[in-house]
Ligand binder design. Structure first.
Ligand code: PAF
Length: 280
């Protein structure tokens, strides 16, 4: 496995691959890799001649009071995971390498101002900007994103469509712990009591899934799921919403494909989870 730190080096390797006509699968990450990332890599490995993983904790997608400085990092473990899942190249640029200047941004309006975007106003602008930069640097055939970050996935799809990036976006199912908690690098922030309490998100998701039916009201689902979360004293709801699967705007009734998404604080750690539902 090759490991490069500069845009120039990554471009050299990619241009050799392109000369050979290889397809390129790309998995963007912020490191501290877990089984969720491994499933993105495995999917990329299946569908492409070459697989590249970027590891970059992107400063411009963190708000002022968020966890940029404490975001977990473990490059040695990340390298091992990539190597054992057949990655060909990892790209770990520094902030200086990625951002010589911060004057150009990519912002996908409307889809970014609901759900997580309400609480994290600059987040998706930062995500889109860095992903657009990586797409231009790497020029992958296919790029892989987890469905846990469903709003991110919808926004990236919109960016690629509206700005005509020549890349296929592939959404990969959520990977869960044995007790249902969605895998996330941020799970590491949880104390052991909080870790137990965090299973309430999945319980609420399951209840939501079994209660939803064509034509039902969004409020009925939200209330059912809220009740479950409120039964856990360590949990505090940030939002539970039912939104249109494409526009991410709230709906009143479930009559077309929806995303049911939640963000819940367990102690000070904010966790997200979701499920999709198509009434047709
Ligand atoms: O999902 C993530 O880990 C990040 O938002 C991404 C897509 C790697 C951009 O920094």
């Amino acid at each position: 496995m090759e490991h490069v730190l500069t845009i120039e080096d990554v471009r050299n390797t990619i241009s050799n691959w392109k000369k050979e006509g290889y397809s390129i699968g790309y998995v963007p990450t912020m490191g501290f890799l877990h089984d969720g990332h491994a499933s993105l890599i495995d999917q990329a490995r299946k569908n492409n001649d070459k697989v590249i993983v970027s590891i970059f904790v992107n400063p411009i997608q963190f708000g002022e009071n968020e966890d940029l400085s404490t975001y977990p990092r473990d490059i040695n473990n990340d390298k091992k995971l990539c190597e054992s899942h057949g990655v060909d190249l990892i790209f770990t640029p520094s902030s200086e390498e990625m951002y010589q200047d911060k004057k150009a941004f990519v912002d996908i309006i409307d889809l970014s101002n609901t759900l997580c975007g309400l609480r994290r106003p600059i987040h998706f602008k930062g995500v889109c900007t860095v992903v657009a930069k990586f797409f231009n640097i790497i020029q992958p055939t296919n790029a892989y994103f987890g469905k846990k970050d469903a709003q991110q996935l919808a926004i990236i799809r919109k960016m690629v469509f509206d700005l005509n990036f020549p890349v296929n976006i592939i959404g990969v199912p959520i990977v869960r712990e044995h007790d249902g908690l969605a895998k996330s690098s941020r799970n590491t922030y949880l104390s052991s009591d909080e870790r137990k309490a965090a299973t309430i998100l999945y319980k609420s998701i399951q209840k939501g899934k079994s209660s939803i039916e064509p034509g039902c009201s969004a409020d009925s689902i939200i209330n059912t799921m809220t009740e479950i979360i409120q039964s856990e004293p360590l949990a505090k709801i940030d939002y539970i919403s039912v939104v249109d699967a494409n526009t991410m705007q709230p709906v009143q009734k479930v009559i077309s494909p929806v995303l049911v998404a939640m963000a819940v604080y367990i102690g000070t750690t904010r966790l997200i989870d979701n499920f999709s539902y198509d009434p047709n």
